[in-house]
Design a protein around this ligand. Structure first.
Ligand code: GLY
Ligand code: MN
Ligand code: MN
Length: 484
């Protein structure tokens, strides 16, 4: 649950009230603020087009989309703010607390009304006294007029006016509205929960985000390119890294240098930890002879994230057992990619990958059933070793478009412009007695990010090496470059 700092301002135990004389002194001798308004943000037309597309889906209804608030960690310490994805998708605005309201116009369509924190400059003492919003505490906010100019919305208003404005939306039930819920306690308290009615707005936003526009594809490609550099940083450091935390730290440094952050907690899983799907404790050793499964993605400054997994031999060379299993996963991934085209079922790549894995597991003497038996819907025995599905949508969120209806996503058809992961894996637990001893404790996943095209698909992460020979050559090249 979010923690609305604007409603429950944090107090630090060491706060002291400034004396009046100091306040008076603080209010004098500041340069006047610039009168010039900021220019419109790059790509403002794209954000506007997204608002218009949403507007068309809900004629005559007000739509309320908050970005959320900083979440409190303890006392007056907060986690770094990350905007709500739907709000960002529609505005490009990164500030906390804002709310976008699309207000229906009498003649059809909507006006965009953006509520933002006002920037009072030095007109009152809050720049110095408000530890949550004051400019000298947390840096300046853009302000109301400036936000209108920057984000190209029809109207911008100060957040203090939000409660009154939302009150007019449900007075007497004259105007119908829907809201994106659970991001802002304040909005949730001001507008009664309408259950499925509100849910349909979240669903519509998820479904609008299923097909990526040209700007999104550029941002995803940039995030993937940065992620490749993060993987190369990790390879460079593997010569001396002795634990998973160091791997995480090295990757995450790149994420902060080149982007906003990581798009999800980095999974730096070495040895048998690779068999734990969401291993983010990252407190194990990294040992020569083991594999390192690194599942990591940089979230760019545009908030789009990559989601890449490579399984690297710490020594630079796969052992024969690791190579056999890795090649099988690589074959499964290639089979999944092969069936990607517009009109295919979203689950087709998964089915193709699981066929290859099941037959390979039978050949390796791991699966104690014929592959065809294991593949039957009522059996799914291969899942003991493959655990998860092969694909999920990718975009502003690593598991993107999660509110889309099943018929539009999981049970739907692929469309040109959809971006998703292809990430089969094999995981042999240390204590799994159904597995030959030489394979126990090995976990392998290969994860790439693809976009559906008219011709089939494009692998956006194609230039991150993935075959066994390619990975070994890649590591050797990075290590050679380090020495020179
Ligand atoms: N990084 C999480 C996933 O691959 O779904
Ligand atoms: Mn993934
Ligand atoms: Mn991943």
């Amino acid at each position: 649950m979010s923690n609305d700092r604007s409603e429950t301002p944090a107090k630090a135990s060491h706060d002291t009230l400034p004396p009046k004389a100091l306040l008076d002194f603080m209010m004098t001798k500041w340069k006047p603020a610039l009168a010039k308004l900021p220019s419109e943000q790059p790509n403002a037309a794209t954000f506007r087009a997204r608002r218009r597309a949403l507007s068309k889906l809900f004629p005559g209804e007000a739509l309320v989309i908050p970005t959320g608030h900083e979440k409190r960690r303890a006392n007056d310490t907060v986690y770094r703010f990350r905007p709500g994805s739907d709000f960002y998708y529609l505005t490009g605005n990164l500030e906390p607390d804002c709310v976008l309201v699309l207000v229906p116009k009498p003649g059809g369509g909507h006006n965009d009304v953006l509520f933002v924190e006002p920037n009072p400059g030095h007109s009152d003492a809050t720049f110095f006294t408000d530890r949550n919003k004051g400019e000298l505490w947390v840096g300046p906010r853009l302000g109301v007029r400036e936000s209108r100019a920057r984000f190209g919305v029809d109207v911008a208003r100060g957040l203090p006016e939000l409660a009154g404005f939302l009150g007019t939306l449900h007075d007497g039930g004259k105007l119908r509205w829907r809201a994106v819920r659970t991001l802002s306690e304040k909005v949730d308290a001001l507008l009664p929960d309408q259950g499925e009615r509100d849910g349909k707005l979240a669903t519509a936003l998820s479904e609008l985000r299923l097909v990526k526009d040209a700007l999104e594809l550029r941002e995803l490609s940039a995030a993937i390119a940065a992620t490749k550099r993060g993987f190369e940083d990790v390879i460079r450091s593997l010569k001396t890294s002795r634990n998973e935390r160091e791997v995480e730290g090295v990757f995450n440094l790149r994420a902060r240098v080149e982007g906003n952050d990581v798009g999800y907690n980095t999974i730096a899983a070495s040895g048998a930890n690779a068999c734990i799907l969401h291993w983010t404790r990252n407190d194990g050793p990294v040992k020569k002879g083991d594999l390192l499964l690194l599942d990591a993605g940089i979230e760019g400054n545009s908030l789009y994230t990559a989601d890449i997994t490579r399984t690297l031999p710490v020594s630079g060379r796969f052992t024969p057992a690791q190579r056999d299993l890795y090649s099988l996963v690589a074959d499964a991934q290639a089979a999944a990619m092969d069936v990607i085209r517009p009109g295919a079922d979203f689950m087709d790549p998964h089915r193709a990958a699981m066929r290859v894995l099941a037959h390979g597991l039978e050949l390796l003497g791991i699966l104690p059933f014929p592959a065809e038996e294991a593949l039957k819907e009522e059996n799914q025995f291969y899942k003991r070793y493959s655990l998860h599905n092969t694909s999920h949508m990718l975009g502003l969120d690593v598991h993107d478009c999660a509110q889309a209806r099943a018929e539009a996503y999981k049970q739907g058809r692929l469309k040109v412009g959809m971006v998703f992961t292809v990430e089969p894996g094999l995981y042999f637990q240390l204590d799994d007695l159904s597995v030959p001893a030489r394979f126990r404790g090995i976990g392998i996943r290969i994860e790439d990010n693809v976009v559906v095209t008219e011709q089939g698909y494009r692998n956006l992460s194609l230039d991150i090496p993935r075959g066994t020979g390619e990975v070994e050559a890649w590591m050797a090249k990075v290590w050679r470059a380090k020495r020179s």
